[in-house]
Design a binder for this molecule. Structure first.
Ligand code: ATP
Ligand code: MG
Length: 572
């Protein structure tokens, strides 16, 4: 392909709209253009990369035995009502009506649709196991579409769904997808970290996320500095710390006036104590019933962990009226002593002495609190958001905190959807049994951008060979010089015969402009053909990720380039 025949609208300046480097580079390298918030057009080079990522995904899905299908993106409302998710999905789902005023949605994911298919088709044990997948646009009305392709309103997902006869077989399907994901991300040239994840609205048994470590990541995660434990912060656990002994514990609880001091910071400053000495008391509704949740003052409650830890379906913060009625005090002065509702405390509060809490009275706190002695604790549990420096739940070593971008997610779902859709099969003995399901997603467009986020420098993108828009760019220094163009055309012809895709920068531009653009777009191998080199029968070959170029004799250039590509594709 020739530069002058395609469309590569590179930009010199960082576009205003872009916040993170990979987003800036997608725009500056002329790979995508914005239509509106969260909606993007792929230009020729961007689309080439997208197709390459999709091809890797397809090859690995096929290799793992999954079957490609294509489901509609437009779904009738009824099918989402059957699982209960028509309401649970809330505002994230795009909803619309046809001319007969029948309600439809644009698919944010496809569990319902594929389970309907399985219910109709997988009726005998002879047809199970089956894993289906598709690569398709998904629609989500995100609260904050941002960072380009990272969080878009329309994006491309590979979603796969497995159906098995029993739990053990379902584990094998899960494992096959997990291994396929490891291979996919490796072939795309990105390093991922697999973490234990929250099952959230999917309502599954367990799940893992594939994270690309990056400071710009929207997800927090911890990994153990000693063993292999790693988890999303939504899900991460910790071993209880040493008991917080601030005082001997001989003093009895004592009210202290704290006029107008409501927040942890205000009270700690006013009473000249550490935030950690405070016992944060929040009133929640657990499946509708009020309960107090206590965590150390310097910690946050992890709402994702509450349902499982406290064995409830739903945990939501109580409103002001409820807080006033169960504590008898305005918001900001709740404490566990004397409450008649259940009180759940984080393990980090076990054995605390000399704690400070709200006194359930306006403008008053209580000090010298020994929680076990002074309050009726219903149960201690792991309730707070884990932080770097906490102890690993497996081995006790320090946990380290990092940021990550979720590029893939695998779920063991169980029977949540198959029960709702009556997806059952006849087993060998003629008995009706429910199918066991798993679901597996890869954000294909998010993966594309994550590759850039992880592989770039001050000058631009550094594409891994397997996904580069073209693995080779050839720069003729002077397009008017006929011998130069003759060499270029011959080399390009030979490379293309070998199945290697080449872009020729045939613009009549200064060399500086061509070098800059070649680095910005990030082609893995750059070949410079200039009059000075040709005088010595040489061309210059340089890898994007290397600082040094090599001069290669003309008649060896082809072999050198082919070998580099082979070597690099295996290395990445
Ligand atoms: P997130 O927590 O980032 O919102 P999710 O957990 O809701 O994502 P899943 O339902 O697990 O996402 O979707 C599968 C994959 O699709 C994700 O792992 C992610 O890579 C990708 N993805 C999800 N939402 C978006 C989006 N708005 N834009 C681009 N990719 C997305
Ligand atoms: Mg997810």
């Amino acid at each position: 392909m020739r530069w002058t025949k395609t469309l590569i609208p590179t930009l010199r300046e960082d576009p205003q709209e872009a916040e993170i480097d990979s987003h800036k580079l997608l725009l500056r390298a002329g790979l995508i253009r914005k239509l509106a918030g969260g909606l993007y057009t792929f230009l020729p080079l961007g689309l080439r990369v997208l197709h390459k990522v999709e091809r890797i995904v397809r090859e690995e899905m096929d290799r793992a035995g999954a079957l490609e299908i294509l489901m509609p993106a437009l779904h009738p409302r009824e099918i989402w009502e059957r699982s209960g998710r028509y309401s649970i999905m809330g505002d994230v789902m795009f909803r619309l009506a046809d001319r007969q005023k029948k309600d439809f949605v644009l698919g944010p994911t496809h569990e319902e649709i594929v389970t309907e298919l399985a219910a109709g088709e997988l009726r005998s044990y002879r047809l199970v196991p089956r894993t289906f997948y598709q690569i398709q646009a998904k629609f989500r009305d995100e609260i904050r579409p941002r960072f380009g392709l990272m969080r878009a309103k329309e994006f491309i997902m590979k979603d796969a769904y497995s159906f098995d006869v029993d739990s053990q077989a379902a584990d094998a399907s899960y494992d096959a997808m997990y291994q396929a994901y490891v291979r996919i991300f490796k072939r795309c040239g990105i390093r991922t970290k697999v973490v234990e994840a929250d099952t959230g609205a999917m309502g599954g048994k367990w799940s893992h996320e594939f994270m690309v470590l990056a400071d710009s990541g929207e997800d927090g995660l911890v990994e153990c500095t000693s063993c292999s434990y790693a988890a999303n912060l939504e899900r991460a656990e910790r071993q209880p710390p040493e008991p917080a002994v601030w005082e001997t514990g001989d003093d009895l609880p004592e009210p202290v006036a704290t006029p107008g001091q409501r927040t942890i910071e205000e009270v700690a400053a006013f009473l000249k104590c550490k935030p950690a000495q405070l016992i944060k008391t929040m009133i929640y509704r657990l499946d509708g019933k009020p309960a107090a949740i206590l965590v150390p003052g310097d910690r946050e409650i992890n709402e994702h962990k509450l349902p499982q830890a406290l064995n409830v379906r739903e945990a939501v913060l109580a409103d002001e009226a409820t807080i006033a009625s169960v504590t008898g005090a305005p918001v900001g002065f709740a404490g566990p002593i004397g409450l008649t509702i259940p009180v759940y405390a984080d393990l980090g509060l076990k054995g605390i002495r000399g704690g400070v809490t709200g006194a359930n009275r306006a403008d008053t706190h209580t000090r010298h609190v020994s929680l076990d002695r002074d309050a009726a604790i219903t149960a201690y549990a792991d309730l707070c958001v884990v932080k770097g420096g906490d102890r690993c739940p497996r081995c006790g070593a320090d946990l380290a905190e990092q940021r990550g971008i979720e590029v893939g997610h695998v779920f063991k779902l169980g029977t949540k959807y198959t029960e709702a859709f009556n997806a059952s099969f006849l087993d060998e003995n003629g008995h009706q049994q429910t199918l066991i399901m798993g679901c597996y997603g890869i954000g294909v467009t998010r993966t594309l951008q994550s590759i850039i986020e992880q592989s770039r420098d001050a000058n631009g993108i550094i594409w891994p060979t397997a996904v580069a828009p073209y693995p080779v760019i050839v720069l003729p220094m002077n397009v008017q010089h006929e011998p130069t163009m003759a060499v270029v055309n011959r080399l390009v012809g030979e490379l293309e015969t070998r199945g290697i895709e080449v872009l020729v920068d045939d613009r009549d531009e200064r060399p500086g402009v061509k070098f800059k653009d070649s680095d910005l777009v990030g082609f893995p191998i750059r070949v410079v053909v200039g009059e000075r080199g040709l005088a010595k029968q040489q061309v210059e070959i340089k890898r994007r990720r290397d600082t040094q170029a090599v001069m290669s004799p003309l008649d060896e250039a082809l072999t050198t380039i082919v070998n580099m590509i082979q070597h690099d594709t295996q290395q990445e």
